[in-house]
Each structure stands twice: as C-alpha cells, then as structure tokens.
Design a protein around this ligand. Sequence first.
Ligand code: ATP
Ligand code: MG
Length: 446
Amino acid sequence: MPSAPAESGKVNGGNLSKAIQAVRGMNDVLPDQTPYWQQIEGAVRHILAAYGYSEIRMPVVERTELFARSIGEVTDIVEKEMYTFEDRNGDSLTLRPEGTAGCVRAGIENGLLYNQVQRLWYLGPMFRHERPQKGRYRQFHQIGAEVFGLEGPDVDAELILMTGRLWRQLGIADLVELQINSLGTAAARAVYRDRLVEYLKAHHAALDEDSRRRLETNPLRILDSKNPDMQPIIGRAPLLIDHLDPESRAHFDRLVAVLEAAGLRYTLNPRLVRGLDYYGRTVFEWVTDALGAQGTVCAGGRYDGLVEHLGGRATPAVGFAMGLERLVALMESTERARPADVAPHAYLALLGDSVQQDGLLLAERLRDRVPGLRLLTHCGGGGLKAQLKRADRSGASLALLLGGDEAARGEVGLKHLRANRDQESLGEDALCRRLAALVDGSAAGH
Ligand code: ATP
Ligand code: MG
C-alpha cells in the first residue's frame, strides 16, 4: 500500500530532517542483487561439503595485535587500511580486514589444530579503509577456506581444483585465469631478498617513494606494486622462482603436475608475491580482465609459519579467500551465470471481504501440500484489475482467483499469466496437482 506522506520531519520538532546515508564504501545489498549472493553461497556450501570442509564463524572484531602480528606491520592492510578503535576499557580492537588471522586464532584457542587435520571455511564481512571504487569497498565480503595440518602439495592442488569447480558451477569458468607461483621457504626468500635489494639499489633513481621505503622494510612487496612507472624495473628484476630451495621446487613441480593431469590451465606468474607477510611456497590468484583494474577474484596460498607465529604449535596450513562483490560483478557480466528464478509460482487474488480469511487458510493448505511452492497471497484488498496487475508484476506464472462464488463451489479460478490459455476452475486436489507440476517443472529448468 502507498505509505502516508512523509512526516518524519515533524517527529524532530517540525524541521524536515535530512535522511541519513550509509557510510562511504559500505553498501546495501538490495533484493535484486541477493539472488546472485545466494547463488554463490549455495554453490560454495555445496562444494565445500563435497570436499569435507566444516564451517567456522569468528567474531568480526579482534585484538589489533592479532592482525599486526599475522598480516605484518609493513603491509598495506596494517599500515593504512585497518579500522582500529579503542574499546571503552582502553583495549585496541580492529574490525577484521581478512579472515585467516581470526581463523588461526580461533583454531589455537579452541584446540582445533594440534595434531589434527582441519578443513575449515567461513563467510562474512571484512573491513578495509581503502579508496572506494568499483570492486573495492570498505566493507566487503569474503568466503575463505583454510586447511591445517597438511604439508601439501596434494592439498594445495585439491584446494585449487575445488575453486575451479566453483567457477564452473557458477558459470564463470571462462572468465577467470589461474596464476600460480612459489615463494619458497623463509630461508630461500632471505637469500633472494638480498639479490633483489642489490638489483633495486642499482636502479634506485627510478624507484617511486613507496618502493624506496619498502626497500628497507619489505622489498618483496615492491614486486606487487601497481604503479605503471615501476613495471619496467619490476619486469627485469631477478625472479624468486629461480632461487627456490630444492624442497620448495619439488613441492611446486608436484602441484603443477596435478593441475596439468586434471586439465586445469594455469599461468606461472613469477612476480606473484601476495600482499600479506605470512605466505610461503604455494601462492595463487584467480584473475579476470572482465572487471577493470580490480581483477583478482580469489587469492590464496600456503602459510606454514603462521600458526606457530601466533603462539600455536608449528602446523602447516594453506587457504584462500574470494571477494563476493567481485564474483557477483563477474556473474552479472555474463548471461550464463544468471541466478535461478525466484519469482513466485502463483499469486492468490482474493475478491471480496468474505473470502479474506478463507483465502489465507487456503494458501496455508497449498503450502502444506505442495513442497517448494512459492505462493504470494494478495493482502490489502482492492478490485480484480488491481490485483491482477500485482500478480503480473510479481512474475508469477499463475494467478489463483478466489471470490465468493468460487468459495461456495469449493473451487479456485486459475488464470495463466504467461501463456495464452483459457481461464480454468479447479477443485483443491486438482489445483494441488497442477501446482506440484509447475514446481517440478521450474525446478527441472535449473
Ligand atoms: P587487491 O590487490 O585487489 O587489493 P588483496 O591482495 O588486498 O587484493 P586479499 O587480501 O588477498 O586481497 O583478499 C582476497 C580477495 O578479497 C581479493 O582477491 C578480492 O577479491 C577481495 N577484496 C580484497 N579487498 C577488497 C576490497 N576492498 N573490496 C572488495 N573486495 C576486496
Ligand atoms: Mg588490497
């Protein structure tokens, strides 16, 4: 029903109050978009269950030091993107910018990791104070998966194959490309780091300000620079993949062998270093060129040192996180990924005051008897024409008509909204059979 004229201003003492807006970079997901989200979440639940993963739910807020210690002090996230605030009792807390740190914290704290294999996944909002733009928000959502207690590379391969299955299921497999690399062990990275610093110092004049700073603190991160001016220097830098320790090399070769045997195409990107400190050996990203600059939809890798670093016993681990906003955008870009229809199957029009109560009870019985039926009951009265207009707008394929005459005969009128067919009149049993066939048909269509 149309709402009363806006009177909200009067509530505040007669002034027209200005509507309050959402925080910049934090978006509502509106009803026309939620089918995409549900499609992704449904497929993920299904596929992760098929690989034996269990869901874990962590708090959105953690102690600031958890992120500083795990992600690394000299990273974009910790240096400038965290939503950090002081609790009323003076503790420094942070809205989580990613899920791995909290997942490891929860695993250690609850004794899930020691001497066990765990395959875990989570879904939820993450917060980073970045410059909002298409594909980059301040509240965004990730689905993450983390495996603890397995050294790989078998499980690294399984994890990547699982994400490949998800893209196929969602209809976006032809829009994404897998890039992989190995970061080796910490010792191998230390040797490489010296070589890299030597090279970069020889080109000091051409480095941008960020990179000069990183030269002292975190030179590998320079390879991750998005600055176009930096690309020629980065392009000629020595490659970490050429400095791998023998075990990491063998680990990587075995991973690649599985991917090839499975027919999963990949690109070796020797400059893929990931923006977080905790990675070693396997790293990978699924990237797309269908979304402009924000092209990474899923990213992950191995982080064998993190559990111990956060106070647990040494535990190998590997995981990934995917950004839901970017996945939704990718799905919207292709007809093939259109979500299943969620329009009602039928719209029940109620004609006259005398059938209002009967109509509601009829609708209850139909939902009892026809599993999966999506039935919208007209509420709020009005004439036949207005109600049929609503029925049409709802997207339903059938309008059910209940007036005083039909009620007296124990029948319901049935009008086909999407087909040129005569109106019918059916008893309740026949109506249920007809609706069941409609539900089956629409389920089979997807
Ligand atoms: P980018 O290089 O795009 O900043 P990142 O390396 O910071 O990504 P991760 O921390 O690896 O991203 O997060 C995994 C995924 O989460 C990304 O691949 C992306 O899909 C998504 N993501 C990260 N930051 C944002 C953001 N601010 N808004 C929307 N999605 C994001
Ligand atoms: Mg980032």
